[in-house]
Design a protein around this ligand. Structure first.
Ligand SMILES: Cc1cc2nc3c(=O)[nH]c(=O)nc-3n(C[C@H](O)[C@H](O)[C@H](O)COP(=O)(O)O)c2cc1C
Length: 186
């Protein structure tokens, strides 16, 4: 689960060590989950992401943190743009598609309706709202890389409500949280 900081969050461990300092804060938060997508011109890739937030107002900027383990990360490195989608509260199936399968083995975009957006990034036809923008900076932030996105286009979608981490707490990521040995760097 993408709640790094909670005890027992690394798949396959039965860690009995004391919780880390961030455990209490992380346990009490909830936040929207996004489908983050990119195209390198040859293929589309996307994953479910919770580590997404607006980080500047003027100019408007969004921060999208992608795990070094993910197929989406590797495609995003070659893409000049990313799309971010909020999901509706009833879109558990879409969240599962993008969280529990990996582009390493499956073409997720053959299993959902989408179109190329203004930036060339894939835009899901069914979502609560989307934003696409150009990548203006990238920063290593640990086992994730933060992509800074400048908005280009966006709109509300047809799906009602908002899908949050609590709605997706049963999802098992195709790529586990990186281990203490560190992420696999490309
Ligand atoms: C609740 C939840 C939140 C997640 N948040 C992130 C995230 O912020 N960044 C990320 O890179 N992966 C995140 N993941 C993991 C990816 O969605 C998952 O490993 C996915 O299968 C990767 O697909 P890909 O290999 O096709 O990119 C999250 C998964 C779940 C279930």
């Amino acid at each position: 689960m993408w709640r790094v900081g909670l005890p027992g969050t690394v798949a396959g461990t039965t860690d009995r060590s004391p919780p880390p300092p961030e455990a209490g804060l992380v346990a009490r938060t909830d936040y929207p989950l996004y489908v983050v997508a990119a195209s390198d011109g040859a293929e589309q890739s996307g994953c479910l992401a919770g580590f997404v937030t607006q980080c500047s107002i003027q100019p408007a900027r969004f921060l999208v943190c992608l795990s070094l383990e993910n197929h989406t990360f590797r495609v995003a490195l070659e893409a000049g743009a990313l799309s971010l989608h909020l999901l509706g509260s009833g879109q558990h199936d879409v969240a599962s598609l993008f969280a529990e399968l990996t582009g390493d083995t499956v073409d997720k975009f053959a299993r959902c309706a989408w179109h190329a957006g203004a930036t060339g990034a894939p835009v899901l036809d069914q979502c609560a709202a989307y934003l696409e923008g150009t990548v203006v900076d990238r920063v290593e932030v640990g086992d994730h890389v933060a992509f800074v996105v400048a908005p280009v286009a966006g709109a509300e979608g047809p799906a009602p409500g908002l899908f949050t981490w609590r709605d997706g707490s049963d999802l098992t990521p195709a790529h586990p949280v990186p281990s203490d040995d560190g992420p696999t760097r490309p």
